[in-house]
Write a protein that binds this ligand. Structure first.
Ligand code: PLP
Length: 426
């Protein structure tokens, strides 16, 4: 199947007389006729469902579809994007280990990395994603497990130079983990550029209707755990808490996902609810169509803003003037550059707040990437817990306005932005 068909028909094919639409299995648990039959599924969870924290038919179909879209081998749906990040990182790290990460990441991720993970003994070493490989490599030691970045950073709009990070990952045997939330596999496939694990906040474009918080970890099946001394203890030795099974030996190329499910999800919970998997799966059927319209509308708005006298600067990878235009051209699939853009308004923080408050069609929400156009001034909202220094490190100046351009008629979006820019002068 082509990508578009996978979005629509994905991993669910009904048998004779079964529902055409993926059914919602809103059940915590699953019935077995006798203890032996149940025990077999305990030992081999890939053969059936026992309890929804570990797996469920609706969640399973959704996971398989996203794995297909990312060309992965398995996926694990989580209660939120943050839960997906936390489980994925702890899946590969124990206390005393470290990861290296781009500093240009979503504010919530920055907080998790900079404060919370450190409290549990996992050190996070940040690098400027535009830094030279040899400078980034200086952060790596024998306890480093992961190199982490966002395809397109929220809201800094930096684009990962995949080849640079993939080379570092392969040279040192690190897992190259990429948050592909804002690009989605319709616009860019991290696997084509050397990533090993992909994460999504499915809350964003995969759901696309602002109806469900969720996250997903996709195992791309291309990381070699066996023989890699960094992962000897966690992946290449028997897990006594899980029937003595050795993940890298027993689960083939789905090693990362198997451990994440059988150990991390088992112990930490935070699974996606069946209802959210049902809705997100349904909504993901139009991912390809929505991403086209998001990209077309955002491209036109970026070009409009670039010429507007009230605007200091615009960042959108589809603009020829953008610092990341060439990098984006190299890695994006030619389907556009998505719906998010940021710009700096003239008149600083005060004008930014006036602009935001004057919008009528675009709504102020702490959210991006759904069908409705929206706006946010991060310095006074989502990022207000960060210090001025942290804001700078995340690439969020005080006059930065983030627009998430929806799939409505372009004329309505344009008219509202133009009137709010006018109002911001007063
Ligand atoms: N990654 C990115 C790029 C995000 O934008 C967000 C949320 O905005 C997250 C992860 C966290 O996801 P969630 O809000 O679903 O926990």
């Amino acid at each position: 199947m082509e990508f578009e068909s996978k979005c629509v028909q994905g991993s669910y094919s009904p048998k004779n007389g079964e529902p055409r639409v993926l059914p919602l299995a809103q059940s915590t648990t699953f019935f077995y006729e006798n203890a032996d039959k149940m025990a077999y599924v305990f030992d081999y969870p890939e053969t059936g469902h026992l309890y929804t924290r570990i797996s469920n038919p609706t969640i399973d179909a959704f996971e398989k579809k996203i794995a297909m879209l990312e060309d992965g081998v398995a996926a694990l749906a989580c209660s939120s994007g943050m839960a997906a990040e936390t489980l994925a990182i702890l899946n590969a790290c124990s206390a005393g280990d470290n990861i290296i990460s781009s500093s240009m990441v979503y504010g919530g991720t920055y907080n998790l990395f900079n404060v919370t993970l450190r409290r549990y003994g996992v050190d996070v070493r940040f690098f400027d994603p535009d830094a030279k490989a040899e400078d980034i490599e200086k952060l790596i030691d024998d306890k480093t497990k992961i190199i982490y970045g966002e395809t397109i950073a929220n809201p800094a709009m930096t684009i990962l130079d995949f080849d640079k990070f993939s080379k570092i990952a392969n040279k040192y045997g690190l897992i190259f983990m990429v948050d592909n939330t804002l690009a989605t596999p319709y616009l860019l496939k991290p696997k084509d550029h050397g990533a090993h694990v992909v994460l999504h906040s499915t809350t964003k474009y995969l759901d696309g209707h602002a109806s469900c918080v969720g996250g997903i970890i996709v195992d791309l099946g291309n990381f070699k755990f066996q023989g890699n001394p960094r992962f000897e203890e966690l992946f290449n030795q028997p897990d006594e808490s899980y029937h003595g099974r050795t993940y890298s030996k027993d689960f083939g190329n789905a090693t990362f996902a198997a451990k994440a499910r059988c150990q991390m999800m088992r112990d930490f919970g935070s699974q996606m609810s069946p209802f959210n998997a049902y809705l997100t799966n349904l909504n993901s059927e139009t991912l390809h169509l929505r991403m086209q319209r998001h990209s077309e509308n955002a491209q036109k708005i970026a070009e409009l803003l670039e010429k507007h006298p009230q605007v200091e600067w615009v960042k959108y990878p589809g603009l020829k003037s953008d610092k990341y235009y060439d990098i984006a051209k190299k890695y994006y699939r030619g389907n556009g550059f998505g719906g998010m853009l940021v710009f700096g308004i003239k008149g600083g923080k005060e004008a930014a707040v006036k602009f935001q408050d004057s919008l009528k069609f675009l709504s102020i929400v702490t959210h991006i990437a759904d069908s409705r156009s929206s706006v946010l001034h991060p310095a006074s909202t989502t990022h207000r817990q960060l210090t001025a220094e942290d804001l700078k490190a995340c690439g969020v100046p005080e006059n930065l306005i983030r627009l998430s351009i929806g799939i409505e008629d372009y004329k309505d979006i344009e008219a509202d932005i133009l009137q709010a820019l006018e109002a911001s002068k007063k």
